[in-house]
Design a protein. Structure first.
Length: 156
């Protein structure tokens, strides 16, 4: 597995992975209506280009195919962590998260904050995140529950 910095030409593959992961991995925890609204986050291409430009944005690759991606801001906001439906539970998310923690430590931040789906919450808890609070997001008049979570970083 190769982990590398995401590039603008990766955007289509990243967005396809984003859409497919939400549809296939999160379907047991969210309604079809919630999934559709969540997926509409792929529609704003400029927002994604901005993430690529401004965040530490990495992709995991296997045989030239993007199998996962993650991004974090300089301030320690873990914005994305998505793994291809066929590559779940293979250690990719763990490796990407490890690189995000490494980056956050280099930036000198003391904590990482993320907003985890119901589906992702157990993964984050296993890796040192604690729930700050349950949130109900309102997107296009659809309520979507998730969890604000925090990982306190140790000083090295």
């Amino acid at each position: 597995m190769l982990i590398r910095k995401a590039e603008k030409q990766d955007l289509e593959e990243i967005l396809t992975l984003f859409l497919n992961t939400i549809q296939n991995v999160n379907q047991h925890d969210y309604t079809a209506e919630q999934l559709k609204v969540w997926q509409s986050g792929a529609d704003d291409r400029q927002k994604w280009v901005k993430k690529l430009d401004e965040q530490q944005f990495l992709v995991a690759e296997e045989d030239g195919e993007i199998t996962g991606f993650s991004s974090i801001s300089k301030e320690g906001y873990l914005d994305t962590l998505f793994i291809h439906k066929y590559y779940q539970r293979k250690g990719i998310a763990k490796k990407l998260l490890s690189r995000m923690v490494e980056y956050a430590n280099q930036q000198g931040v003391t904590e990482i904050i993320t907003e985890a789906s119901i589906t992702a919450r157990p993964f984050f808890e296993r890796h040192g995140f604690k729930v700050v609070n349950k949130q109900i997001l309102n997107r296009k008049n659809i309520k979507i529950p998730n969890y604000k979570m925090r990982m306190i970083l140790g000083r090295h």
